[in-house]
Write a protein that binds this ligand. Structure first.
Ligand code: C2E
Ligand code: CA
Ligand code: CA
Length: 727
């Protein structure tokens, strides 16, 4: 038996009729069309084949997984041929098209493989494909009419450039219209067209008699069998494809089955999708059936691998955190509860840095192996992060059980591992929690064990911690605080209090510092020292800084209008904003908006920030200075030792830290620092301000060292703006 591609056209006639019937069985055929009867009928057949598999699944996004997979297969199959497709919504909006993007009327000229612009319609495509001149409108109207006319399932479309497309279209169940086309310009005779088309079929086609003997086939079938056409189904290893009694060879017409072609000397095992026609009368009245085979071996392997990697860590082979989530959910659903043990390896980063990534990988693999060794056969071990592992031990109920497992794991890991520089132990921190003792559900269990692990890490390498309820309360409190704070920032729940800065000799007010207040926190008023760290962790500082700046300038403008208040207003700005290159621009915009002179604004920069982030904040500071804004170095002498270095910053004021003032007048160390700072400041002609001044003795000691401006309870607490102005 010769393969289809080499058979004379006459011989193919019955096959053609079979193809048409196959088409019909798929519910996509126009009556009477034939696979290899050329012209109007061949492409429909082809389209029908495509339809047989696709059934509208090309409308990806609306279809479930098996369909989607089929759609992917089809795309791949069709894209390897000269067939082009496009799918339109009922209103003719283009939904999807071949990625080849080279056929007029099926794509936008020049768009290439880029995503479709929204709202693109067949009307636009037809207009783009229509040539210039009078016939243009008629041509577009005709294309649209043919598209809308469901009785026109197949037709030739002559493009203005002389090309002829053989178009086949079908309305899908949702009212969408799918169009397939093949450029048949080069095929002058019906026979040539027919051949072109059957070579374009994206599947192997096999014609069989009722005994399963080969009648004919196409080139793709030959390829599928390594160049030798099998005499019959049995020789191909495809004896019984479905349940006996169904249709041909046990297959319901149109039903897809996946089969395996066993390995032969020439070919490895292949996986195919098979679709069959019903029994059809051949030319001489004998029955035959047509099988369509799609080789999905490669796709299958790729999918299997993708599936494995979707659930497993490629390095250690352990199931990954998606599986871990699943296991936690199962634990929650299960009747017996259990333990969750989280293990974080210490020093992985150091190994990577010092010995290379290969050594780090080896460490992880060895740790994974040892973990598996230390747990019971039914316990599950996961790699859930770079250096983090988890053990889910269903049925392990006593707190002692979790602790014992944690201890076993620590000991198991501790044996030396040789990573090329002699052996060293694998160290880890471990946190564990129990369901239902510590947590009622999977999420809470994970959080509980995570808290325990965080605590263990804080206490150092090799620590094991069990979850305790007190840990949870602390965290809950913090979370509530964050949530409420975020709402307060958004709804104006924050306020500014003002603390005067005075000339300590006369008591006259020189300036005032704006200090943030949150009067209605979740547990009453909250001090900035308590809520600012939470605000920082929650990413709220930029918004808070912006609000403080705005509110301080608004207040200064109000004081100016009333002819009262401090000359200079000081604001505290957080490091993240001080690093933002757009900050100076926002400051000058706000100054302009409130008509406040730049010299009336003083930005306080904590010493630690200046010392740590000098490079990052210097450009912003210089821009602020250029603007005319005053800079004040806050908390000076409180931490950094490089005081002289810091004083090279072009600041307008240095604020002596409260902790130094608190040690005055008695503390020798504080006196020494005060003397050093005041000498430095005087030498550089930078005014010194002492903050936190509470007593008359402190005031005297400071005055003796030449510090004239002071801030502190001795002169007044931070108060609402109205009470400050009244002083
Ligand atoms: P800071 O900038 O060093 O502010 C001075 C702190 O010392 C204020 O505490 C103030 O109320 C307090 N204080 C003033 N005089 C005395 C005194 O005589 N004795 C004692 N013991 N304390 C005194 P507060 O208002 O609790 O602010 C604490 C810190 O919170 C501030 O330290 C500052 O770092 C930060 N902060 C306050 N408001 C803001 C703000 O608007 N934005 C930013 N980013 N941080 C702010
Ligand atoms: Ca301050
Ligand atoms: Ca301060």
């Amino acid at each position: 038996m010769r393969p289809w591609g080499e058979a004379p056209i006459r011989r193919l006639k019955p096959l053609a009729r079979a193809g048409a019937a196959l088409l019909a069985l798929c519910g996509a055929a126009a009556p009477g069309c034939a696979l290899l009867l050329p012209a109007a009928l061949a492409v429909p057949a082809l389209a029908g084949l495509v339809f047989a598999l696709a059934c509208g699944a090309l409308l990806a996004g609306r279809v479930a997984w098996p369909h989607l997979r089929r759609a992917a297969l089809l795309r791949e199959a069709v894209n390897n041929t000269a067939v082009r497709y496009a799918v339109f919504a009922p209103d003719r909006t283009l939904l999807d098209r071949s990625p080849s993007c080279d056929m007029p009327g099926f794509d936008v000229p020049g768009l290439g493989p880029r995503p479709l612009p929204p709202g693109l319609k067949l009307d636009h495509l037809a207009a783009a494909a229509a040539g210039p001149g009078q016939d243009r409108c008629r041509s577009v109207t005709e294309v649209i009419a043919a598209h809308e006319d469901d009785s026109m399932a197949e037709y030739d479309w002559a493009l203005p450039d002389g090309r002829i497309l053989q178009v086949s279209k079908r309305r899908l169940s949702g009212g969408e219209v799918a169009r397939f086309a093949l450029d048949v310009t080069a095929y002058r005779t019906r026979e040539m067209r027919a051949r072109a088309i059957h070579e374009s079929v994206p599947a192997a086609i096999w014609h069989l008699d009722p005994e399963g003997r080969t009648l004919a086939a196409n080139r793709r079938l030959l390829d599928l069998f390594g160049g030798t056409l099998p005499d019959n189904l049995a020789a191909a290893g495809l004896q019984q494809l479905g349940r006996p009694g169904g249709g041909p060879f046990g297959l319901q017409p149109g039903q897809e089955v996946e089969g395996i072609l066993p390995a032969t000397r020439a070919m490895a095992e292949r996986r195919v999708i098979v679709v069959a026609s019903p029994w059809l009368p051949g030319e001489e009245g004998q029955l035959q059936a047509v099988l369509m085979l799609l080789d999905v071996t490669r796709l299958h392997a790729a999918q299997a691998q993708a599936a494995h990697f979707a659930w497993h860590d490629p390095l250690t082979g352990l199931p990954n955190r998606f599986r871990f989530q699943q296991a936690l959910t199962d634990l929650e659903a299960g009747p017996e509860g259990g333990a969750l043990v989280l293990v974080e390896l210490a020093g992985l980063g150091m190994v990577n840095d010092a010995l290379g990534l290969a050594a780090g990988d080896a460490l992880l693999k060895e740790a994974a192996r040892r973990l598996r060794e230390q747990v019971r056969p039914l316990d599950q071990v996961f790699r859930i992060g770079g250096s983090e592992f988890a053990v889910v031990a269903a049925g392990l109920r006593s707190q002692g059980g979790g602790a014992a497992m944690a201890a076993r794991i620590r000991q198991g890991l501790a044996a030396p591992v040789d990573l090329g520089r002699g052996g060293s132990p694998i160290r880890a921190c471990i946190g564990h929690a129990m369901l239902p003792e510590d947590a009622a559900d999977a999420d809470t269990l994970h959080r509980a064990a995570g808290l325990a692990l965080a605590l263990a890490k804080r206490e150092g390498e090799g620590t094991i911690r069990a979850y305790e309820a007190a840990l949870g309360e602390q965290v809950t409190r913090r979370l509530v605080l964050r949530e409420r704070l975020s709402a307060a920032v958004a709804t104006g729940g924050l306020q500014l209090a003002w603390q005067a800065q005075v000339d300590a000799r006369t008591g006259a007010m020189r300036g005032a510092e704006a200090l943030l207040r949150w009067p209605d926190g979740p547990f009453g008023p909250v001090a900035p020292g308590d809520f600012l760290p939470e605000a920082e962790a929650a990413g709220l500082m930029p918004a808070i800084d912006a609000w403080v700046l705005e509110e301080a300038l608004r207040q200064k403008a109000a004081w100016m209008a009333a002819g009262t208040g401090p000359e200079v207003v000081g604001v505290n700005i957080s490091p993240i904003t001080l690093r933002d290159p757009a900050f100076p621009r926002r400051v000058s915009a706000a100054l302009a908006r409130y008509c406040v002179p730049a010299e009336s604004l003083e930005v306080e920069i904590p010493e630690v920030v200046a010392a740590r982030d000098l490079d990052a904040i210097a450009p912003v500071l210089y821009e602020l200075i250029a603007e005319g804004v005053r800079l004040s170095l806050d908390d000076f002498g409180g931490g950094s030792s490089a005081l002289a270095h810091l004083l090279r910053l072009p600041v307008d004021q240095v604020k002596l830290d409260r902790s130094i003032v608190a040690g005055l007048p008695g503390g020798a160390r504080e006196r020494a620092i005060l003397r050093a700072v005041s000498t430095l400041a005087r030498g550089m002609e930078i005014p010194l301000l002492a903050e936190g001044v509470e007593t008359e003795e402190q005031r005297q000691a400071l005055l003796e060292e030449g510090c004239l401006v002071m801030q502190g309870w001795l002169f007044g607490r931070a108060v609402p703006a109205g009470r400050l102005a009244a002083r």
